[in-house]
Design a protein around this ligand. Structure first.
Ligand code: 9UX
Length: 72
């Protein structure tokens, strides 16, 4: 099932940062869409919850050099 979740993203200071975060998450299997907002330090991801878990999305953001956490 496709679900939509919001994440907090830390460490982004320019548009190239947000583009890098977006690129790193977009290529993950099961991810349908990614919208990163630089001004609000947030990211909305639509993904298949049978394919990928939020922890893996967070890991991809961290691997790109930024921080992420699930918004509650
Ligand atoms: Mo430019 Mo954003 O180096 O880190 S990509 S500030």
């Amino acid at each position: 099932m496709y679900v939509e979740k919001d994440f907090n993203v830390t460490g982004m200071t320019c548009a190239a940062c947000s583009a890098a975060v977006e690129r790193s998450v977009k290529k993950l299997p099961g991810v349908k869409s990614v919208t990163v907002n630089l001004l609000t330090n947030s990211m909305r991801v639509e993904y298949n919850d049978e394919t990928i878990f939020p922890e893996e999305i967070i890991k991809a953001v961290e691997d790109a050099g930024y921080g992420a956490s699930l918004k509650e």
